[in-house]
Design a protein around this ligand. Sequence first.
Ligand code: NAD
Ligand code: TYD
Length: 358
Amino acid sequence: MSAFKKTILITGGAGFIGSHVVRLFVNKYPDYKIVNLDKLTYAGNLENLKDIEQKQNYVFERGDILDSAFLQKIFEQYNFDGVIHLAAESHVDRSISNPIEFVVTNVIGTVTLLNAAKHHWNTSLDNKTEGKLFYHVSTDEVYGSLGAEGHFTEETKYDPHSPYSASKASSDHFVRAYYDTFGLPVVISNCSNNYGSHHFPEKLIPLAINNIKNNKPVPVYGKGENVRDWLYVEDHASAIDTIFHKGKVGDTYNVGGNNEWRNIDIVHLLCQIMDKKLGRENGESVKLITFVKDRAGHDLRYAIDSTKLQNDLGWKPSVKPEQGLEKTVDWYLANEEWLNHVTSGAYQKYYEQQYVIR
Ligand code: NAD
Ligand code: TYD
């Protein structure tokens, strides 16, 4: 008999969003045991969790969601009550250069994890396993691209355009198929673009901050007119907490910040904030903006309608955009070593040696 009320497996907990979810759960629920399973790819980094690694209710397991024998072993060892699945390849540009890697991790990896939960929980259509939950964390990119008007709702038809969004759409379909076919208790959320601390500096916001800091060109794809709906990462973590505890089994929830920005405008704002923080003359960093060739298949606009999550489960975002961006910039400026070590791959090399995949 475990001393803990629940034992939860969080996959991808060393990554950007996963580390915020792990930190929230470990601190907020001392009576839950949190097992972080991560392969530690280039995007996963245990420095992200330094502040909680010694906590009694936290365990790290280095492993691959594609390794079914390993999954079986840890499901038996920990007897998980819930899974929060975030492990994925997450960068659209990488999915354009190497689509197969996205199919393997995001589709086959998710199905391998679904199989482990199905097998261990012994689910069936007649007997919806009480108290268990497989929570799949997904993206709004599965819905495709909006024109100037409208928002994605939970009823919007899937229309993915990039290999990344196609792989996430496929994984969402498999999660629903396991609910319909095998009675696996599942819930899915589809969230808009996140920003905040510990974000790998290949994505727009941390890349722009890093390049502005180092006086390097800030690449803006096309004319910078594409629109993204930015959500502060801690608000996403709190939405995941809400949905994990209150979401209806079999349902989907959209998560978004109601915070749309054209890329060029958010980069301009970052330049202004950085000028102020670095003591540069106002307008100096804007000179670094460089328009480059557009991304292939670049979705024009994403915007989320999160009314269902707000009305049914009572979640709402709490961090205002300017405040969130300023906090993010402050974090990157105070954590220069983190930035240098993730970009050079030094942390990855170090942790690969510390934790050999078993
Ligand atoms: P990330 O790339 O920062 O982190 C992914 C993590 O998964 C890393 O720690 C990596 O080591 C781990 N991982 C990758 N392959 C693995 C494997 N085979 N086995 C075990 N671990 C593996 O990603 P993120 O931005 O934190 O995104 C997390 C999840 O949230 C993803 O599923 C993504 O699709 C989804 N999401 C992201 C955003 C966003 O704006 N970043 C928005 C909505 C949804
Ligand atoms: P990104 O952070 O890669 O997230 P996503 O593609 O999942 O939305 O990109 C956000 C937006 O910024 C997207 O419209 C592409 C654009 N972008 C640039 O203009 N320059 C860049 O260097 C990057 C990485 C992205």
